[in-house]
Design a protein around this ligand. Structure first.
Ligand SMILES: [Cu+2]
Length: 493
């Protein structure tokens, strides 16, 4: 905060021309340039972990910090356990901030941004170097999907190693491609559709792919890769904003802007932030992301969504609709379009359910198609998602996938990965787990334009995939069906 006040003061000083002009020593332009340099020196840069090695300064500092933080008791606010407990915990010490993580549709991104921000300050101030910034796990767009090498060396004293992870992940086996793909999320143009899609894919999918501590709310923060994973989720929020096309933060939403959350700062003091205080990472929080691929700058593809629409779609018509989608707030009422009558059990084979569309649902869908800018949206809502034990597979979700068609996550029928993060019946958070929302509006418009959307029913297909490359869920699971979805609903709101 001191840095920020100093910079604000400096900018204010530059703004008053008389002050500098009277000195006669500096002209305005060079004064401004030196102040900019000073200001940017205080913006910490989060780099892609794939561009770092085990001896990079931030990796060395992070490793050292973890060791020191682990030696502190859970009652110490800057200890490793206290920090992990803020997210989730089994029996945390009394009067400590705990089990506070927000995985619902409203605060998922902003809460985790604050959480990682204070954690990074703790590592920097207490134990790290003065320039320390957390790296991000750049599985997108780096093209790499393995756990970064320095996190998987099981040598004694490597604090980055977590033996609870799956053997395949710790062996460096790449995560299955659809699990780390952020295309479906980045293609969304409304903040709520973006945050809901991103929450499942790649966020929840990567938690599950790691295995062990990472699969449960109550233990996820104990795996050192957690913080790099969440840096990347936070970075994808920035990538999404930079993609333009009407993509903006929900600054008109009073609840999102003003609800405040508690954390511990680097001195162990309780601090709080609101959404309004974290919308500008460089100016308000003093960090930025290096969107680089180890020297080569990543140029963002403005046509992210096109890889989802490769199946003979009239691109221009769909684009025009996408550009304005979600700019108006959603309608307050929600109308049931279709609903499953029985729970689904998922195992090693694809499972399909066909839900008849109600008459009112048909009318609302027709209205949405006539006026896609009206703010209405279609959501797939999954209630009561649980998994017995640790997830052994991931499930790609498809809408109206034609019989016999190949399930391809790059096609327009794909809407995301079933989010099994925190769904274990063993997780401490089970009681507060909310319904899972998978936005369908974009898929609807794309499928409708291609005449691939059925009028009378919604067919939802769950296709199991191995968590890492080469893993076969059919072999792994046999006849077991450890995943339950209590109810599948489609609503327009
Ligand atoms: Cu997470």
């Amino acid at each position: 905060m001191q840095d920020m006040r100093r910079r604000d003061f400096l900018f204010a000083a530059v703004g008053s021309a008389g002050l500098l002009g009277a000195s006669g020593l500096l002209d305005r332009a060079s004064a401004y340039a030196s102040i900019l340099a000073e200001a940017s020196a205080h913006v910490y840069t989060r780099r892609n972990v794939y561009c770092l090695t085990a001896t990079s300064p931030e990796i060395m500092a992070y490793k050292k910090a973890i060791g020191l933080m682990r030696a502190l008791p859970a009652t110490n606010a800057v200890s490793w356990l206290a920090q992990a407990n803020i997210h989730g915990a089994f029996g945390p010490p009394a009067r400590m901030i705990a089990n506070a993580c927000q995985h619902n549709q409203t605060f998922f991104l902003s809460w985790h941004r604050m959480y990682v921000y204070f954690f990074e300050r703790i590592v920097r101030k207490q134990f790290g170097t003065s320039s320390f910034a957390l790296p991000y796990w750049g599985y997108a767009p780096a093209g790499r999907r393995d756990l970064p090498p320095m996190f998987r060396t099981p040598t004694a004293g490597n604090a980055l190693y977590d033996g609870t992870r799956s053997a395949a992940i710790n062996a460096g086996t790449p995560i299955t491609a659809s699990l780390v793909d952020s295309g479906a999320a980045l293609a969304q143009t409304s903040f709520w559709n973006f945050t809901n899609t991103l929450n499942g894919t790649p966020h929840g999918a990567v938690h599950i792919a790691c295995g062990g501590n990472m699969t449960q709310f109550a233990t996820a923060g104990q795996d050192p890769i957690f913080w790099l994973h969440h840096c990347n989720i936070d970075r994808l929020w920035e990538v999404w904003l930079d993609s333009g096309g009407g993509r903006v933060d929900p600054t008109g939403d009073n609840t999102w802007m003003t609800t405040s959350f508690d954390f511990y700062d680097e001195n162990g003091a309780t601090v709080s932030l609101t959404g309004a205080q974290v919308v500008d990472i460089a100016c308000q929080l003093r960090y930025q992301y290096e969107n680089s691929l180890c020297g080569r700058r990543v140029v963002l593809d403005p046509d992210w969504w096109k890889h989802l629409t490769s199946l003979r779609l009239p691109a221009a018509a769909v684009t025009a609709k996408l550009d304005t989608l979600g700019r108006r707030p959603a309608l307050p009422d929600s109308v049931l379009v279709a609903q499953s009558l029985a729970a689904l059990r998922l195992g090693g084979k694809p499972v399909e359910t066909t839900l008849p569309i109600t008459d009112e649902g048909k009318a609302r869908i027709a209205a949405l198609e006539r006026d896609p800018q009206g703010g209405a949206r279609i959501d797939l809502v999954l209630d009561g998602v649980t998994v017995d034990g640790t997830p052994a597979a991931a499930y790609e979700i498809y809408i109206d996938l034609p019989a016999g068609a190949a399930a391809d996550y790059r096609g327009p029928h794909f809407v995301g990965i079933l989010n099994l993060f925190g769904a274990s019946t063993r997780d401490a958070h089970q009681d507060k787990r909310e319904a899972q929302i998978v936005p369908l509006t974009l898929a609807f418009l794309q499928l409708r334009a291609a005449r691939l959307w059925s009028e009378d029913s919604v067919r939802v297909t769950f296709v199991p995939r191995g968590l890492t490359e080469g893993a076969d869920p059919a072999k792994r699971l046999g006849a077991a069906t450890p995943v339950t979805i209590g109810r599948v609903t489609v609503v327009v709101r």
